[in-house]
Ligand binder design. Structure first.
Ligand SMILES: [Fe+2]
Length: 272
């Protein structure tokens, strides 16, 4: 087992600070641990984007228009949708989403990623089925791999720094050096949620496949898991932190036998 300690998630209340003070505190948290939570944040698209613009430019959502918020093209609105879940769309699925990076194919990497929980939805279900957020500090995952893999670690780390085939036909490195690195294990990571399933299917013997599997396992073991409340905003360094979530139960039958939908709603924005 590793002796590495998990970082704390710093939380600031939106009500207790004025705008400039909040931005200042958030910048300090991003430059330090690389993540923070702002609680009691207003759940309006206007306030959300206004706050995020203090950190850079919110990018237009890159996927299909289906998830775009009707009020703002920068916001991706994540709600349980039985039709897109049936089509197997990522994020629409009820199952867990392992830690991944925002816009993993974009170069240079977008600097920040944010989520705002608008409606936490059903929170009474068994642990890890309430859509708990998964926040994965990559440095901690790499340090844990170093502690667990012993002599095999150096070649696994190098395999992450060498190019591997990506599902879009390109070759890219999963890990990259950061100009502001604080240690040899403080690497930037780009991880698409479909990368490991793709590598396992198309390149089962590739050393990169083996290395990515170790990284995903280590991130799974070391990630923070938090139940976001409605009005909780998370802002994170997209080089240093992956994000994901535990399972969500999308539908349930009420006492009258009618099918009801989980009202969970999350907004996400990538900032460059
Ligand atoms: Fe995501």
């Amino acid at each position: 087992m590793s002796s590495v300690l998990a970082p704390e998630l710093e939380t600031i209340s939106w009500r207790r600070m004025d705008g400039p003070e909040l931005v200042h505190a958030a910048r300090a948290a991003l430059a330090g641990p690389g993540v923070l939570r702002v609680s009691e944040f207003p759940t309006t698209t206007r306030e959300y984007l206004r706050f995020l613009r203090a950190f850079g430019e919110p990018l237009r959502y890159y996927g299909s228009d289906a998830g775009t918020h009707p009020e703002a093209s920068e916001i991706w609105q994540i709600k349980y949708d039985p039709e897109s879940a049936a089509r197997g769309e990522t994020h629409a699925l009820a199952g867990p989403l392992s830690a991944h990076s925002s816009q993993s194919l974009r170069d240079p990497r977008p600097r920040f990623f944010s989520m705002l929980m608008v409606n936490a939805g059903w929170q009474h279900l068994p642990l890890r089925t309430n859509g708990e957020s998964v926040l994965a500090p990559w440095r901690l995952a790499v340090e844990t791999m170093r502690a667990d893999l012993g002599a095999a670690f150096d070649s696994v780390r190098q395999a992450l720094l060498d190019e591997v085939p990506f599902p879009d036909g390109s070759s890219r490195t999963v890990a990259y050096q950061l100009a502001s690195a604080r240690s040899v294990d403080d690497l930037g990571i780009r991880l698409k949620s479909d990368l490991l399933p793709f590598l396992e299917q198309a390149w089962p013997m590739h050393r990169g496949t083996h290395a990515v599997r170790h990284l995903v396992d280590a991130a799974q073991k070391t990630a923070l898991r938090i139940s976001l409340q409605s009005g909780d905003l998370v802002l994170l360094d997209n080089d240093r932190w992956g994000h994901g979530r535990e399972s969500v139960v999308g539908t349930a039958q009420n006492l009258g036998g009618e099918l009801t939908l989980n009202p969970r709603e999350l907004w996400s924005v990538t900032i460059d």
